[in-house]
Ligand binder design. Structure first.
Ligand code: PEP
Ligand code: MN
Length: 338
């Protein structure tokens, strides 16, 4: 339920109502705005009737939140959320590019790609230290050694790090090594993992859509993280499974427009996994800008043929330079800055 207070309501008035909401076992939310304060009550809303909120002189309006997701919804917060990854703002007029290899493989590989993206003005480096692979025989990532390499790249090239977490018990360990937890498509509904990054950290979380997940399921997964205490969630459309086999996945650009309409969270697009086809990453990145995405996350590797994972879709230095040059006019046309 949303409780809109009158413009003249004081913080004391708000606190009085919030305490009443909490006393009923509901989760109280305090959302001060420029013109007026909005309060929220999450949980079994039927018990709210006991409070007779409409009889409070400072209450202007009481509205139910109709969507099943609440905290992520624009019904609750109409303005865009801006999420910081190590001080770099995602959302709210910025267009963010995150780039780097699928997996961290070695110091030489990670440093060379870091240098390459830094030269392009990119400050956000991606790279998996823990890799959730379809086959148990595929490269599983360097683990802690990979995290150490990411930290070293962060210090050497002044980059902020985005890296995947696959085990809830790693949330605290990873906290010092990364600036943003990535939750992969295969773990979008790993609810203990969602709660772990919600509870143990206030660092940004890049939540990727499951390959067979509906938009509503994605938003409810984000709701888990925020409900556990961390509001810094970034959504990511990374392609879904359809009947189509020409591309690795089908990049659902509908979802991007829909998510921007229904949720205040920033939305990124992953054209690398979304297409799995190197030549399509550039046009789909431009499409991502046009449809209203807040940024892209792209796989890059200086020697794609030697990559230990996803080499077929990795952009080399020249491809990446072309991509950056090609998206800039689109970013400008969308009224955003990079
Ligand atoms: C990745 O980013 O390398 C990855 C495994 O992505 P996804 O979870 O979207 O498959
Ligand atoms: Mn990958």
């Amino acid at each position: 339920m949303i409780i809109v207070l009158k413009p003249q309501a004081s913080e004391k008035d708000a606190n009085e109502i919030l305490a009443k909401i909490a006393s009923l076992g509901l989760k109280p939310l305090y959302m001060p705005g420029i013109e007026r304060t909005v309060l929220g009550a999450l949980g079994d809303e039927r018990v709210l009737a006991q409070l007779h909120l409409d009889a409070y002189p400072m209450v202007d309006e009481i509205k139910p939140v109709l969507s099943p997701y609440k905290l992520v919804s624009r019904e609750l917060q109409s303005h865009d959320s801006i999420v910081s990854i190590g001080g770099i703002k995602v959302g709210g007029g910025a267009f963010t590019v995150i780039a780097g290899p699928c997996s961290v493989e070695s110091e030489e590989q990670l440093f060379s790609v870091s240098e390459m993206i830094a030269k392009q003005g990119i400050t956000l480096l991606r790279g998996g230290a823990f890799k959730p692979r379809t086959s148990p025989y595929s490269f599983q990532g360097l683990g802690l050694e990979g995290l150490e390499l990411l930290k070293a790249a962060r210090d050497k090239y002044q980059l902020n790090i985005v890296s995947e977490i696959i085990d809830p018990n790693d949330a605290e360990l990873m906290h010092d090594y990364i600036d943003c937890y990535q939750i992969g498509a295969r773990n979008m509904q790993n609810f203990r993992l969602l709660e772990a990054v919600g509870k143990h950290s206030d660092k940004a979380v890049l939540l990727k859509r499951g390959m067979s997940a509906t938009i509503e399921e994605l938003l409810l997964a984000a709701e888990y993280i925020i409900n556990a205490g961390n509001p810094n969630v970034i959504l990511c459309e990374r392609g879904i499974r359809t009947f189509e086999t020409a591309t690795r996945n089908t990049l659902d650009l509908n979802a991007v427009a829909y998510l921007k309409e229904k949720s205040h969270l920033p939305v990124l697009v992953d054209p690398s996994h979304g297409t799995g086809v190197k030549s399509l990453i550039n046009p789909l990145s431009r499409a991502a800008v046009a449809v209203g995405a807040d940024g892209i996350i792209v796989e890059t590797h200086l020697k794609p043929t030697e990559a230990l994972s996803d080499g077929h879709q990795a952009l080399n230095a020249d491809d990446f330079a072309t991509l950056m040059a090609d998206i800039k006019p689109f970013i400008k046309a969308a009224g955003k800055s990079i």
